[in-house]
Design a protein around this ligand. Structure first.
Ligand code: FAD
Length: 280
């Protein structure tokens, strides 16, 4: 791999308790060997809180990582967002992953003042100028709530035009979807890097649950292979490492500007894929 050109980033989520925090610190320390360009910390996903994101960013910065908080605008007021942006700026944070986010299920309520990620990107630029490097989300297999692939691409282009510097994709297991999305984005005038988001495969049930929620397709052949392994976690991991590692190599060989790993706060799976890439 040409590390000078292809950057690695790692995503973590805020731990819920002390034991989970210790595991996160262990995982992050192990994964520092990958020399990530930055690590990111989710916001609001799975019920985590704003302070959980800020605390985890601090924790990872203390380990020497350049850390980027995710920030979602759903349910938030401009005043709340201003407060968060100013606090991150005061802490010297220079990168943010800007998202719309999702309303927690079962909670109706106020969607907030900004309704789309493009509004948040524009708001960050208006409020903070060029202080932050802004990452946005991209969906090679189309966002589940989109009217269609064309309109989703159009909304992606709007986020970039509003001032995003780069994009991270939802995970996928079909590299053609990524290459097709990049081609369509380039044809629409997008020049910013579009980094594939990589989900290691470690747990069949969890993967099916996540994929149903976020609209990522698990190809039939992978579903059937995983089903055959049943509760045999070791075989699932070995198979997952092999096929995801192979996909990463294919993505990098095909021009992907880097890889963003959804680590799920677990070092082993990402390390396994990494080792396979280094051997290839
Ligand atoms: P948007 O870009 O606003 O798009 C959402 C939907 O609205 C799409 O269907 C789009 O086509 C449509 N749309 C956009 N603009 C318009 C418009 N002007 N008019 C009409 N329709 C429009 N979730 C969390 O809760 N916390 C996290 O930390 C988190 N991190 C993530 C990181 C990455 C890399 C990715 C890929 C996703 C992450 N998510 C996170 C999930 C994300 O919040 C959801 O996918 C959410 O449903 C959409 O967010 P978005 O920023 O892509 O929204």
């Amino acid at each position: 791999m040409k590390r000078s050109k292809q950057a690695i980033s790692l995503e973590f989520f805020p731990p819920r308790d002390i034991a989970a925090q210790e595991k996160l610190v262990r995982s992050a320390k192990q994964l520092l060997a990958l020399q990530p360009e930055y690590v990111s910390v989710t916001f609001g996903a799975g019920g985590s809180t704003r302070s959980g994101t800020a605390d985890t960013v601090q924790l990872l910065q203390n380990l020497g990582c350049s850390a980027a908080p995710h920030l979602s605008c759903i349910g938030a007021s401009r005043a709340m967002l201003t407060d968060i942006l100013d606090s991150y700026r005061a802490k010297g944070i220079r990168r943010i992953v800007a998202l719309r986010g999702d309303m927690p299920s079962g909670m109706g309520g106020d969607a907030g003042e900004l309704h789309h990620a493009s509004d948040l990107v524009a708001f960050i630029r208006e409020h903070s100028g060029d202080w932050f490097h802004i990452e946005v989300a991209a969906y090679p297999e189309t966002h589940p709530q989109a009217d269609g692939a064309r309109s989703d691409l159009h909304h992606f282009v709007s986020k970039v035009k509003a001032g995003a510097n780069s994009a991270i994709t939802q995970y996928f297991f079909n590299p053609d979807a990524y290459f097709d999305f990049v081609d369509r984005a380039r044809a629409a005038g997008v020049t910013v890097p579009i980094v594939p988001g990589i989900m290691p495969i470690t747990n069949h049930t969890q993967l099916v649950r996540f994929s149903t929620m976020c609209g990522a397709e698990i190809p039939r052949w992978i579903r059937l292979r995983l089903a055959d392994f049943g509760d045999d976690r070791a075989s699932i991991r070995a198979f997952g490492t092999e096929i995801v590692g192979r996909m990463c190599q294919h993505l990098l060989d095909g021009g992907a500007p880097g890889l963003h790993f959804y680590t799920l706060n677990n070092a082993e799976a990402t390390q396994g894929i990494w080792r396979q890439l280094r051997l290839a």
